[in-house]
Design a protein around this ligand. Structure first.
Ligand SMILES: Nc1ncnc2c1ncn2[C@@H]1O[C@H](COP(=O)(O)OP(=O)(O)OP(=O)(O)O)[C@@H](O)[C@H]1O
Ligand SMILES: [Mg+2]
Length: 266
């Protein structure tokens, strides 16, 4: 099977509302000793290009597992995962690495920067793996660091930065390869509210420039930045809200005389 990891994915076209990925009947069972954990069951999910989706739900309901499968860090036990028209659920380890490097940007709660690389080297790394030439790497790395307002800290090491700054560098690393899909697992979980808000603004900016984002968050204030929220419970999608639905519900409620008709603070 070929990896089909082309470098030409149309990553920044907000007008393009076609499907970026689809999951059909995805389940994940973890086997540890004698215990089976059904982390995900029968997930049906479609994400369109340019969409900003958030995933909510209580601890242990499968949010990180879903994100890990979306990011090809885990494989489903059952079901299909089609990313940009290609079935990716059965790829080998090295094929998954190649697809991930070309198409996916990951932001973690704990930043996961490499401590003995500088800011510049951390962000450059995904491009080095692609064997991109040094000049192009430098241009792209500087551009990504400028986008997150960290170009003035190129030679610093992660330990010399604040948490908010480290997360901005991690965002630069996630977007430097111009991925088709940006995944974020509790990206504000280790930040105070001011830095958390700043990282959220940054993600919103990237979204308005055309990025497709899928973010796990516990915090309803941050989920509001997304256009659509899916709610997981016990490994299943139990509910889904879109902005349009929330506005429609508010209008309906006003028409029935229950409220002011303002599209509710969401
Ligand atoms: N590698 C693993 N091996 C065994 N069980 C796992 C593994 N990863 C996750 N699980 C189990 O799968 C379930 C879902 O875990 P997951 O990390 O996806 O939850 P979550 O919704 O992200 O929770 P939180 O909000 O606490 O981060 C949990 O019961 C967890 O214990
Ligand atoms: Mg989690």
């Amino acid at each position: 099977m070929q990896t089909a990891a082309q470098d030409s994915s149309p990553t920044r076209n907000p007008a393009n509302t076609h499907s970026l990925l689809r999951m059909e009947g995805v389940s994940k069972i973890f086997y540890t000793d004698d215990i089976e954990t059904h982390a995900l069951s029968g997930i049906e999910l479609e994400i369109r290009r340019g969409e900003y989706l958030s995933i909510a739900g209580p601890s242990g309901c499968g949010k990180s597992t879903l994100l890990a499968i979306l990011g090809l860090l885990e494989t489903p036990t059952q079901g299909r995962y089609i990313l940009e028209g290609q079935g990716v659920e059965n790829l080998s380890f090295s094929q998954r690495c190649a697809v991930r490097n070309q198409r996916i940007g990951f932001i973690f709660q704990s930043f996961n920067l490499i401590g003995d690389l500088t800011v510049f080297e951390n962000v450059e790394l995904p491009l080095t793996y692609r064997r991109m030439n040094a000049r192009e790497r430098k241009l792209r790395t500087l551009e990504a660091l400028e986008r997150v307002g960290m170009a003035h800290r190129l030679r610093h090491y992660p330990s010399q930065l604040s948490g908010g700054q480290q997360q901005r560098v991690a965002v630069a690393r996630a977007v430097v390869g111009r991925p088709s899909l940006l995944l974020a697992d509790e990206p504000t979980g280790n930040l105070d509210s001011r830095n958390g808000e700043a990282v959220m603004e940054l993600l919103s900016d990237l979204h308005s420039q055309g990025a497709t984002i899928c973010m796990v968050t516990h915090d309803p204030r941050f989920a509001r930045h997304a256009q659509r929220t899916i709610h997981l419970f016990d490994g299943r999608i139990v509910d889904e809200n879109t902005e349009a639905e929330l506005i429609r519900e508010a209008k309906q409620s006003a028409a029935e005389g229950h409220g002011s008709g303002a599209p509710a603070t969401m």
